[in-house]
Design a protein around this ligand. Structure first.
Ligand SMILES: C[S@@+](CC[C@H](N)C(=O)[O-])C[C@H]1O[C@@H](n2cnc3c(N)ncnc32)[C@H](O)[C@@H]1O
Length: 386
């Protein structure tokens, strides 16, 4: 069977978490290179619908056509792209667009890259098939992604289109939502299992509890995305194969699986929004929504009664003293309700503050990740209660 090279994208710095997830969920062995935000692997064409429909941790799946180091000139890019048989991917009467990105110092722009690659594609298809092919920058059938990261050139074909973190169950938009893919990765890091009690004490629009419930109920992202994937335009996968994979994934759903998940926020508007999101995601019946204060968790939960707490608390929003007080009270109250042997994952860009408070309280913790989340250096803390 034909093997295809792929890369999947994630937030820069989270590559190893995604590699672990793809190994656990799909038995895929990924390679991590010095190109950040990407994991590389090989597999059968069926991975295209399978990962787009069912993977929860990746933002995009790309068919890798070339990966070349020591590239610094446009002519070299032209040569590499000329060796690709573009007619294999861009069919008769289909349109395409090239999206280029460049990082580092070069004597050409990313627009120059797109222009050169676009011309190669038009000439290559004309030569191989005699057919003309058109560019459509707004709504292409096939989207080519080219990147020159310092002196490494990577080019591939986007199979996802809209980023996979857009799950389409969010009917309520929280002003500072966590990416769904990241919410899911936090659930995986927490080691939460479906029989355990899970709490998100600052849940906002409910991303973390909803991702946990979808995972446990095996409700795949495709359930809400419908046909919104670019690979439908690629001739290399048959519609029978797509339908078969989709049906298989949907058959595994356990919509009536009962879970013990709590979702709490101080803002009633967010709680109501989280409920709406959970309803759309088919998990409303198994999440308990509470309007409450994460600084006083023992008002709502018995001591040592919660196995797993995953939190994405506020950052840089309050006056400083208020924020310090919040974190101190929150961590204190977290330890009151966390069970012995329980685990908490806290994602925050208040790294120093959280570290100081945890040290002050002699807590057992580690920082599993420090990474740029948007423009903010963010830490993923693992706090274990011995
Ligand atoms: C960064 S947002 C969480 C976003 C959420 N993870 C999502 O994806 O929508 C932080 C949330 O903490 C809530 N919050 C702030 N202070 C709180 C408190 N004392 N107790 C509970 N929630 C609080 C805010 O209302 C806000 O929704």
């Amino acid at each position: 069977m034909k093997r295809i090279k792929f890369y999947a994208t994630t937030e820069r710095g989270l590559e190893d978490l995604v590699a672990e997830d793809l190994k656990d969920q799909f038995n895929i062995k990924c390679a991590i290179t010095d190109l950040r935000g990407k994991v590389f692997f090989e597999g059968a064409p069926r991975l295209i619908p399978l990962l787009n429909f069912a993977a929860r941790s990746i933002n995009r799946l790309v068919i890798l056509l070339a990966y070349q180091k020591n590239i610094s000139k446009l002519d070299e890019i032209k040569e590499i792209t000329s060796e690709i048989n573009w007619a294999e991917f861009i069919g008769k009467n289909q349109t395409f667009a090239v999206k280029s990105e460049r990082v580092g110092y070069h004597d050409f722009t990313s627009l120059d890259m797109s222009r050169v690659i676009g011309k190669v594609i038009i000439d290559n298809i004309k030569k191989n098939t005699g057919q003309p092919v058109k560019v459509n920058l707004k709504k292409p059938d096939i989207r080519i992604i080219a990147e020159l990261i310092k002196n490494t050139f990577v080019i591939g074909i986007d199979t996802s289109g809209l980023s996979l973190h857009i799950r389409r169950y969010r009917v309520y938009n929280h002003p500072l939502p966590l990416r769904t893919t990241l919410g899911y990765l936090l659930v995986r890091l927490s080691n939460w299992r479906e029989e355990k009690i899970l709490l998100d004490p600052t849940c906002g629009g409910g991303t973390i509890p909803i991702e946990a419930a979808l995972f446990a109920r095996r409700i795949p992202p495709v359930k809400f995305r419908g046909n919104e994937y670019m690979f439908y335009n690629l001739g290399i996968i048959s519609s029978e194969m797509i339908a078969e994979i989709r049906n298989k994934i949907m058959e595994q759903m356990r919509l009536d699986k009962k879970l013990k998940i709590f979702c709490l926020d101080i803002n009633p508007r967010h709680i109501s929004g989280a409920r709406d999101n959970a309803t759309r995601a088919n998990v409303n019946d198994t999440i308990i929504f509470l309007h409450g204060n994460a600084e006083h968790l023992s008002r709502y939960f018995k001591p040592h009664s919660i196995d797993t707490v995953i939190a994405n608390p506020p950052y840089k929003v309050y006056p400083r003293e208020r924020l310090i007080r919040f974190y101190r009270n929150f961590i204190k109250s977290l330890f009151e309700i966390l069970s012995t042997g329980g685990r908490s994952i806290v994602i925050s860009s208040e790294i120093k503050l959280l570290k100081d408070i945890l040290n002050e309280m002699h807590s057992k913790f580690s920082i599993r990740k420090l990474f740029m989340y948007g423009r903010l250096l963010t830490g993923i803390f693992i706090i274990d209660k011995g």
